[in-house]
Design a protein around this ligand. Structure first.
Ligand code: UD1
Length: 424
């Protein structure tokens, strides 16, 4: 196993290009199962999770090749419909093939994801929605076996909570259902807009992109399509927070500033200088003036609120402030796994239920330590802390980071950080 080593305390200068969004690539790759022919997806990040979903659709019969960041996926011959526990346990988003397989083959058998480091994460909204479309779902031996009759039947589906992958799964199931499906209280994350764009390119008839009510008029045929994956807003946010924490002057290119309304506001409030162009964001935090970093409260919310996937990184930043702040997690029940590790680096954080109070200890407050990655975004908060801390930080279990950050070591190295991988 490999660990990440960071010699901290160096400011970050230069420019870094943002990759395509992992959380858009996963549903868009799953959506290729909906129609025969060769689909083209551009700007696809090469990550552990995208490789997992590609091997998954490969097992179902898809044939794919990659040229740079462009994927060619031929789904002419999809005949298998079972996804094993081994794949789902490494990546919960594997359940995203349920919707496309039900649409294309009429049945699917997918292992139920168990709980994970950040919470229970059930898929009851997905299953309830499929049942509304006329699917029979049986749960047995840890698998959900879903079977439709002749056709899926359009219906109105209300989400008790705007689930991101739930909305995506139901969208993919409904595009070829008979009649009209209305998704109410649907999630509005930009990745869902990206999926809708791809489905429309394939011939789907969808209204309400970007709103919490999506109307899908079922069509009888879909075709293969070409679609660009949107820039990764969580990777963008992580680099912005890293520069705010370590100090420096950095330009992030190939990104979409409109997808980060909450974070950009919070960073400015904390004292970072931000300037925005159409597809780039520059951030400046004078290393000499980092003691001016203000404590700023955040509360995670569904989009366009502050993203839960950037909560851990912002907490790492706040440990360096000169104030006190309150961080509230409202999306997942157990998303403070990074707190214990940040404390090992000198952070002063108290948690109670879903809230954490961070007492900033100033820009020189963190010192490098050996810490452990527990999940993808918790790990990136340790990278942020390690970059700002004095001395050497060693982060073990970096496979979590490799699930979601393309070329992390070379991108940070390009900004002047001293970061490398070593065998444990
Ligand atoms: C997606 C993202 C993940 C992000 C999360 C919230 C992908 C691949 N992953 O995860 O990075 O952190 O959105 O922005 O896009 N819930 C239920 N029943 C369900 C579904 C969800 O109770 O059937 C609950 C979850 O346990 C959680 C909340 O709803 O508490 C939100 O989950 P959801 O939006 O579904 O997250 P994911 O789609 O799994």
């Amino acid at each position: 196993m490999e660990k990440l080593v960071i010699e901290g305390g160096r400011s970050l200068y230069g420019s870094v290009a943002i990759s395509g969004a992992k959380n858009a690539a996963l549903p868009l790759i799953a959506a290729t199962l909906l129609a025969p022919g060769t689909h083209v997806l551009r700007n696809v990040p090469d990550l552990r999770d995208t490789r997992t979903i590609l091997s998954l659709i490969g097992e179902l019969g898809a044939v794919w090749s990659r040229e740079g960041s462009t994927l060619f996926i031929d789904c002419s011959d999809i005949s298998y419909c079972e996804v094993s526990y081994d794949l789902v346990k490494t990546m919960r988003a594997s359940v995203l093939v349920l919707g496309p397989l039900l649409s294309r083959l009429g049945r699917a058998k997918v292992s139920l994801p168990g709980g994970c480091a950040i919470g229970e994460r059930p898929i009851n909204f997905h299953i309830n929605g499929f049942e509304k479309l006329g699917v029979t779902c049986n749960l047995e031996h840890g698998y959900v076996e879903a079977i439709r009759g002749d056709k899926l039947k359009g219906n109105t589906i209300y989400f008790d909570f705007p689930s991101v992958t739930g909305t995506e799964n139901l969208l993919m199931a409904a595009v070829r259902a008979e009649g009209t499906t209305i998704l109410k209280n649907a999630a509005r994350e930009p990745e869902i807009g990206n999926l809708i764009d791809m489905l429309v390119n394939m011939g789907a008839d969808i209204e309400g992109r970007g709103s919490d009510q999506i109307t899908i008029h079922g069509v009888s045929r879909l075709r293969s399509s070409e679609t660009d994956i949107i820039p990764d807003r969580i990777e963008t946010g992580t680099y912005l927070i890293a520069v705010a924490a370590a100090g420096g002057d950095t330009k992030l290119t190939n990104c979409e500033p409109k997808h980060l309304p909450a974070l950009l506001g919070k960073l400015s409030e904390a004292g970072a200088e931000i300037s925005i162009e159409q597809s780039s964001i520059s951030i400046r935090m004078d290393p000499e003036k980092r003691d001016g970093l203000t404590g700023v409260d955040i509360k995670t919310m569904v989009y366009p609120g502050y993203p839960t996937d950037l909560q851990a990184q912002f907490m790492a930043l706040m440990t360096l402030s000169s104030g006190i702040c309150l961080i509230k997690e409202t999306i997942f029940e157990n998303r403070f796994m990074h707190v214990g590790e940040l404390r090992r680096m000198g952070a002063r954080i108290q948690t109670e239920g879903h809230s954490a109070v961070v007492t900033g200890c100033g820009p020189a407050g963190l010192s490098g330590a050996r810490v452990m990655a527990t999940d993808l975004r918790a790990s990136s908060s340790l990278v942020v802390a390690g970059l700002a801390a004095s001395g050497r930080t060693e982060i073990s279990r970096i496979y979590h980071l490799e699930r979601g950050y393309e070329n992390l070591v070379s991108k940070l190295g390009g900004l002047g950080a001293r970061v490398w991988k070593e065998n444990e």
